[in-house]
Ligand binder design. Structure first.
Ligand code: NAP
Length: 249
């Protein structure tokens, strides 16, 4: 199998780290980005290298155009041109009602979750599009089932940012479908990662898991498996599509 190159934003922890490790077992050289947690990013790279894979970690805030350009240039120069992008980096903030949200919070959420995904998709399309001399590729956006449920009382802003990602997935998929690029998304449900602690409730998955038809939270690798399938040749006629990885919710 020919080695391919995958860029995964937010690959230092959680779903991004699980995706990086799985991708490395499927003949991808992996470029992960992180924003603050260098030790965790280095640990993911070390684990991949110890298993015989190839990976680099780049500090790049996805909400910064300059950083995103730097991220893709680092991948170009060290691993080669990107074949697959996973727009995974995402944040939420402490649970609150809409009436208590201020402009600063909204700007942070939309800058990382929406602008960041657009900027990374832009860099990927510029390299992948057959209309620009590229050889095609795949993009998977990590949305959330919150885009469908709205996350009332917790983070409607986050849910709205993920709904924007869903619209971007549909629109971009059609824009580049004839240029060799497939664009899809996964919508995870409640997955055991540290993101819930950043929302102020580390034990959130266990609190809500009984509302999940399967009566459990998901593991990051269960999301990674869906991402890797969407990027694989097995999904060759699938674009503008969504996989809910939610235990039935
Ligand atoms: P996580 O454990 O909190 O990890 C977040 C990752 O994103 C980290 O690698 C973090 O880097 C990185 N990151 C945060 N802000 C960034 C920025 N501005 N630029 C670049 N990287 C940034 O989160 P997770 O649960 O794995 O979530 C991954 C994705 O899945 C997110 O888009 C999230 O919305 C989505 N999701 C998660 C769940 C869930 O239940 N966990 C459910 C639905 C959707 P540092 O380590 O440097 O901070």
């Amino acid at each position: 199998m020919t080695r391919k190159v995958m860029v995964i934003t937010g690959g230092s922890r959680g779903i991004g780290a699980a995706t990086a490790q799985l991708a490395a077992t499927r003949d991808y050289a992996v470029c992960i980005s992180y924003v603050r947690n260098r030790d965790a990013a280095d640990e993911v790279v070390r684990a991949i290298e110890n298993s015989g894979g190839e990976a680099i970690a780049v500090q790049a805030d996805v909400s910064s155009q300059e950083d995103v350009i730097k991220l893709f240039e680092a991948a170009d120069n060290t691993l080669g041109t990107v074949d697959a992008l996973v727009n995974n980096a995402g944040i939420l903030e402490h649970q609150m009602r809409v009436e208590d949200m201020d402009a600063g919070r909204l700007a942070r959420i939309f800058a990382t979750n929406v602008t960041g995904s657009f900027l990374c998709a832009r860099e990927a399309v510029r390299r992948m599009s057959t209309a620009r001399g590229g050889k095609g590729g795949g993009i998977v956006n990590v949305s959330s089932i919150a885009a469908r449920l709205g996350a009332p009382g917790e983070y409607v802003d986050y849910a709205a940012s993920k709904a924007a990602i869903d619209a971007m997935t549909i629109g971009l998929a059609q824009e580049v479908a004839a240029e060799g690029i497939r664009v899809n998304a996964v919508r995870p449900g409640v997955i055991y990662t540290e993101i819930h602690a950043s929302g102020g409730e580390p034990g959130r998955v266990d609190r809500v898991k009984d509302a999940v038809p399967m009566k459990r939270g998901g593991d990051a690798v269960e999301v990674a498996n869906a991402i890797l399938w969407l990027l694989s040749d097995q999904a060759s006629y699938t674009t503008g599509s969504f996989i809910n990885v939610t235990g039935g919710r």
